[in-house]
Each structure stands twice: as structure tokens, then as C-alpha cells.
Design a protein around this ligand. Sequence first.
Ligand code: MN
Length: 228
Amino acid sequence: MSFIFPPKAISAVPIKGSDQLYPVNRIYCVGQNYGDHVREMGGDPKKNSPVFFSKPANAIVINNKSVKYPTATDNFHYEVELVVALSSGGVNIPEELALNCVFGYAVGIDFTRRDLQILAKQSGRPWDVAKGFDQSAPISSIIEKAEMSNLSKVQISLSLNGELRQNSTLDEMIWSVSEIISELSKFYELQPGDLIFTGTPSGVSAAAAGDRVSAEISGIGDLNFEII
Ligand code: MN
């Protein structure tokens, strides 16, 4: 049997210091994972249960390629996030084994149509059109986890046109990487190639065509691209 048209190439992310690529299977995201960001969005940062949503695998943008300002929004927000790349998975993974599933880390942006997300929250509708659109997930190359043994005091930051807008450390996350993997695996059988965007600190705001986004997680990676 053949395909009725040629299938799209699989999404893939470069790996730092390697000629091989990381093939993307699925993209999961965690919402409301830094207390200061939960408060700026008008919420209460109590540790209830993590908010999960997803994006299509082909929403990634690699190699600092420019991002097109999306349709259907007047409030296009950046959110800088630690991205976890899995090389194995499972279901109901215990916290103490969760890091065994991690291949490496990257820095990513969870672009958001904030106006549509606010409407969705108000009307009790799903977040899909606010979060899962084309080019909504720029990502740096991935570094292997062996190069990053301790994430706790690592700095995460984002600048817009050279002006610092988001600046925090990874130990400010409400749910740790191990806890996120364990919780997510209660709902999905996690698989090699699954990326997890782990939430953003405070300082989110709107970006426009012509703006330059630069983001960094110390020792993990950086991004520098234009919105067009
Ligand atoms: Mn986010």
C-alpha cells in the first residue's frame, strides 16, 4: 500500500554536539507552574494538580527561524520555558524513576494567543486555539542530561528587543521535572520523542511583528529570533 500523498517529514530538534536529530513524537505543556506567574494571571498558586495541555509536534520552530505573527489574535504572548525531552516513557511512572526517562533539556517558548485563552477560561472552553497553533513552540537545540546534573538554581530568562522581561530560577517551579513526568504519565503512556514544556515564570506580555525575542536557560541553551 502507498500513501495518497507524500507524508510530511517528521519534526526533529538538533542535539548540541551531535550530528543526530531528536525526533519529536508529541508536545505536552504544563500551565501555571511558577507562583509569580499564576498570581500575575489572577490565580492562586496552591499546589492542587498540574494543568496539562498539548501542541501538535509540528508546532516546533528550530534553528532560530523567524516566527510569523499568527492569525486571529491581538494579544500574542511569549512564555519562556524549560523543555524536557524524553527518550523513554511508560505509564504511572514513580517520581523516583522519572528522571531515567529524560534524554535532555532545551529552552523553548510557549507562544499563546492570550486573548483567546482568556475567552476560553471565561466561557469554560478548551485552550486549543489559544495554545496549539502553527509555529507556537520555538525550541533551542537539546543538550543531553549528563551535561546538566543539577537544575535547581539555574537561571531562566527572556528579553524582548534587548529588554529583560522574564527572569527566574528553575527551583521556582511548583511542580519539579520528576513530579511533572510522574503526574503526566497517569494520563498518557509517555513515549520516546515526547517533549514537555514545563511552564513559565512571571513577566509574560505581548509581542509584535518586528520584535526580537531572545531567551536563555544558563548551561542549557538559548534562542534568538524575530517575529515577522
Ligand atoms: Mn506556558
